[in-house]
Design a protein around this ligand. Structure first.
Ligand code: PMP
Length: 428
């Protein structure tokens, strides 16, 4: 199983069989409150009737359309709907089927963009320590998680990493963006000094690092990164696979932080997790760079997937976007942010709690690792939460990461906090 402690799982599996709104039912019949929106994806909650209907209708109407040289209208309707949600002139969309594919697509578009303009020397890619960009070779190479990298050889050549932005001494128990750390963006200047901007294609970061324990960006950090990219002609890519579709109380983190990247990935929340879909937005200038020169029958971008803009995924996404709009779920997440933050931060002082972070409807609780056995307390928390307390969350080592569906109520937030307290005490 993917990213799973397989031996422990085999001995005592955690299986869910049905889902509705913010709950799962496990195979033993117990009710589990979903504190992580599945894997950060079911933002509209589970088994929403309108999404189920849309998928069923689509399967009966047009099951598949070839994505090379042919298309289907819903793909264009969806692209336009998405572009209307994205900030600035991020108004063209390329579809893929997952976050990993979205990231590799974004990196390849960045490289191709410079190539089609005769600037193929701009080929270095820069990621960041503690970044997660999926598991393709591109995403693994720009990612900054040692466990995900160390088994896979040399990965891509010409990749560097900015330092990560977390510093517990300076940032502990901060709500939203920590005050400390904007200057860390100057790391990019250091890499420009080392390699020269004429060799650098793009920088990719998660606006909020998710998979290494939810690290909100320091105040001003992303703006500074944008300025340095502009100064040197480097493309800025935001990986919004987690942060898109309301997670931070705005359509995208780019909107919340007031910084428009050149390329922006999405996945997960686009279909509320129901049908696999991912993709990336590009700014108009990038789209236009590909659309000129050469004969009209020439293929402009030699990249794509058999299932790009799959009709079932498009139908699911359109129904999901309707729910987000009609129920005002992004605004709801923003309005609930203080309630959520209060509930999560109230766990300060519980045994082994070393730091708590929150932003939007995201929370992270760092537990003190057991001596000589990092990760065991986190794993025990995840397992006990599911089997004994009816709560699902993600862990990154000994960090508990939370991201409930955006339909969550104030009383359900309280319920999650109570269960967390019980779990943290149980593993102490
Ligand atoms: N990028 C980010 C920021 C992610 O959080 C993830 C998944 N958690 C991915 C990429 C990869 O997405 P997928 O698992 O759909 O390939």
């Amino acid at each position: 199983m993917p990213f799973t402690a397989n031996r422990s799982f085999k001995a005592k599996p955690r299986l869910v069989v049905t889902s509705k709104d913010i709950h799962y039912i496990a195979n033993d019949g117990s009710k589990i409150i979903d504190g992580s929106s599945g894997l950060w994806c079911c933002n509209a909650g589970h088994n929403r009737d309108a999404i189920v209907d849309a998928i069923q209708k689509q399967a009966a109407e047009l099951d598949y359309a070839p994505s090379f040289q042919f298309g289907h209208p819903k793909a264009f309707t969806l692209a336009a709907r998405l572009a209307a949600l994205a900030p600035g002139d991020l108004d063209h969309v390329f579809f893929a089927n997952s976050g990993s594919e979205a990231v590799d697509t974004a990196l390849k578009i960045a490289l191709a963009y410079w190539n089609v303009q005769g600037k193929g020397s701009k080929s270095r890619l820069i990621g960041r320590e503690r970044g997660y960009h999926g598991v393709g070779f591109g995403g693994t190479a720009v990612g900054g998680m040692v466990a995900n990298r160390k088994l896979y050889g040399n990965l891509l050549a010409g990749v560097d990493h900015l330092r990560h932005t977390y510093n517990r001494d300076e940032q502990a128990f901060s709500r939203g963006e920590p005050e400390w750390g904007a200057d860390l963006a100057d790391d990019l200047e250091r890499l420009v000094g080392l390699h020269d901007a004429s060799t650098i294609a793009a920088v990719i970061v998660e606006p909020m690092a998710g998979s290494t324990g939810a690290l909100p960006p320091p105040k001003g950090y992303l703006k500074r990164l944008r300025e340095i990219c502009d100064k040197h002609g480097i493309l800025l890519i935001f990986d919004e696979v987690i942060t898109g579709f309301g997670r931070l109380g705005a359509s995208f983190a780019a909107e919340r932080f007031g910084v428009v990247p050149d390329i922006m990935t999405f996945a997960k929340g686009v279909t509320s997790g129901t049908v696999p879909m991912g993709g990336c937005f590009v700014r108009r200038g990038i789209y236009e760079a590909f659309m000129q020169g050469g004969p009209a029958h020439a293929v402009e971008l030699t990249h794509g997937y058999t299932y790009s803009a799959h009709p079932l995924a498009c139908a699911a996404a359109l129904a999901t976007l309707d729910i987000y709009r009609d129920e005002g779920l992004f605004e709801r997440a923003r309005a609930l942010e203080p309630v959520w933050a209060d509930a999560i931060h109230a766990l300060k002082g519980e045994p082994n709690v070393e730091d708590i972070r929150s932003i939007g409807l995201v929370g992270a609780i760092d537990l003190k690792p057991r001596d000589g056995a990092p990760g065991t307390r986190g794993y025990e928390a995840l397992d006990r939460a599911f089997h004994e307390h009816g709560l699902m969350f993600r862990t990154a080592g000994d960090t508990i990461a939370l991201s409930p569906p955006l339909i969550i109520s104030e009383s359900q937030i309280g319920e999650i906090a109570d269960k967390l307290k019980a779990v943290i005490r149980a593993v102490a």
